[in-house]
Unconditional design. Structure first.
Length: 120
């Protein structure tokens, strides 16, 4: 069943309007790099270098910025181990897992339809 913006607003109030936190969250999770980092973490915990390889084309600066943003949003957990050399791992939090349960059908649709859309 498709839900309209009007129905969402009826239940949740004036959401997705200018200045609303919903726009900030959408910007973080639906950005090019945000969605790809979150998608990579659905496969489990990753170290920095693994994420860099998994999310092809992302710069170190953009990966660092994206991970900081997603961590601040409570979607990604960063665990640092006191070892030499230092080891840092990233994983989805429970909130991140919940988000990806909802986002994966969209990602699957994009994977299925992208060639046909771009070919137009």
């Amino acid at each position: 069943m498709v839900v309209s913006l009007a129905q969402i607003r009826e239940r949740s109030g004036e959401v997705f309007v200018e200045g609303c936190p919903t726009r900030v969250v959408l910007d973080h999770i639906m950005s090019k790099w945000g969605v790809l980092v979150l998608l990579a973490l659905t496969d489990g915990t990753h170290r920095w270098g693994e994420l860099r390889r998994e999310v092809e084309g992302i710069s170190e600066k953009m990966l660092a910025s994206t991970l900081r943003t997603l961590e601040a949003d409570g979607l990604v957990a960063r665990t640092s181990y006191p070892e030499v050399p230092p080891r840092v791992e990233y994983a989805l939090t429970d909130r991140g897992d919940d988000l990806m349960r909802h986002m994966l059908p969209l990602v699957e649709w994009v994977a299925r339809e992208a060639d046909g859309i771009v070919a137009r």
